[in-house]
Ligand binder design. Sequence first.
Ligand SMILES: Nc1ccn([C@H]2C[C@H](O)[C@@H](COP(=O)(O)OP(=O)(O)OP(=O)(O)O)O2)c(=O)n1
Length: 127
Amino acid sequence: MDGVGKEGEGKEKREEKVKDISLKDLSRKQEEFAKARDWEQYHTPRNLLLAMVGEVGELSEIFQWRGEVLKGLPNWEETDKEHLGEELSDVLLYLIRLADICGIDLGEAANKKIVKNAIKYPLPKGV
Ligand SMILES: Nc1ccn([C@H]2C[C@H](O)[C@@H](COP(=O)(O)OP(=O)(O)OP(=O)(O)O)O2)c(=O)n1
């Protein structure tokens, strides 16, 4: 995808503005990240699942003890919002990598699941 950089020789593009990015783009970036560090050996299904669950725990900590949180997080500090974005990303990146390593096309699977959900939970009559 245009605007999505690869890791270059020793130099990483740390932040890039991308208009839109697909699950496949993220999956490719994760693969490159692991390959470049020789970490593919550690990216096994079980390890990735445990890593993801760990990140879900970190995500939960952000909400812990705050009481109810309003949509859009109007009262949150920018640094807290940034932290939330990071933890959400960690969960997503491990999930994408887990799907990839398991040979699951996550975009396709999720799309199929949405269709299945709509059949299981039909619209109320008159809507
Ligand atoms: N073996 C690894 C280690 C890290 N990562 C990537 C995926 C996550 O996006 C992020 C996780 O990095 P950390 O384990 O350092 O976790 P945090 O970023 O949450 O740091 P901390 O736990 O110190 O807050 O790095 C990865 O793909 N494979």
